[in-house]
Design a protein around this ligand. Structure first.
Ligand code: KIV
Length: 271
């Protein structure tokens, strides 16, 4: 940990070195300035401005409704709170699929207007052209395979992906393709641990898992889930480090009681 703190700024190159040295990569989502500042100061390597903002910040059922403008708003807030971590931003649904020109324009807006360091895109061979075009502008790209929530209506369910041979083979091929195309890292979401381990061994770039077991090069979670701000979402892979929903609720209840009972403010809390 102290070795990590000595690093002034995490870059895509640092992550590559971590993989080579067998140092695990920590990654967590953030969507606003204050939380980004806390997470960054705790020594996080990568902060992801995930399109999960659509769920946990805006209350949508899926990640599909969030817009590029909203992602830029979240990302610029996060970037202002971060000194050390690499800030990666999700390209939202509808801004890169089947349109590499739009993909490049969207990625450039995220880098220019938010000051982000890299973008993340969901998918394999079907979005190769978009990835290639973004890379021509010198923008680092992180891939995302396995359960890709922007395709939820194609899958129809959030259950574990690539359990069958055909899908597992396609996932391995896609991971190799993403590496060849020039992605600097890949997120693998909700796939069998043995498959994720195989992918992490097959590619030289870092593989970061969420619900993909411990055989990969790093782990990512949604901050609202690991802090227990969300309550209903309880997948097996999630470890809750706090129950913030309950803690914040009880503090707020206490405040309401104090106001009603005139216990707040007291003599020291006024001018
Ligand atoms: O949007 C997000 O938070 C993500 C993570 C689940 C990896 O993509």
């Amino acid at each position: 940990m102290s070795v990590h703190k000595e690093i002034k700024r995490i870059t895509t190159r640092t992550l590559q070195e971590f993989k080579q040295q067998g140092i695990k990569i920590s990654m967590l989502t953030a969507y606003d300035f204050s939380m980004a500042k806390i997470i960054d100061s705790a020594g996080m390597d990568v902060i992801l401005v995930g399109d999960s903002a659509s769920n946990v910040m805006a209350g949508h059922e899926t990640t599909l409704p969030i817009t590029l403008e909203q992602m830029i708003y979240h990302a610029s807030s996060v970037v202002r709170g971060v000194e050390r971590a690499l800030v990666v931003v999700d390209l939202p649904f509808g801004y890169y699929q089947g349109n590499s020109r739009l993909a490049l324009e969207s990625a450039i807006r995220i880098m220019k207007e938010a000051g982000a360091h890299a973008v993340k895109l969901e998918g394999g061979s079907e979005i190769r052209e978009s990835i290639e075009r973004i890379l021509t502008a010198g923008i680092p790209v992180m891939g995302h395979l396995g359960l890709t929530p922007q395709s939820i209506y194609k899958f129809g369910t959030y259950t574990v992906r690539a359990k069958e041979d055909v899908e597992a083979r396609k996932l391995i091929e896609d991971a190799i393709l993403l590496e060849k195309t020039g992605c600097f890292a890949i997120v693998l979401e909700k796939i069998p641990a043995h498959l994720a381990t195989e992918v992490a061994k097959k590619v030289q770039i870092p593989v970061i898992g969420i619900g993909a077991g411990g055989g990969v090069d790093g782990q990512v979670l949604v901050s609202h889930d690991m802090l227990g701000i969300t309550k209903e979402f309880k997948p097996r892979f999630l470890r809750r480090y706090l129950n913030l929903f309950d803690e914040v609720q009880s503090a707020v209840k206490q405040y309401v009681d104090d106001v009603k009972s005139t216990n707040f403010p007291n003599n020291e809390e006024q001018y």
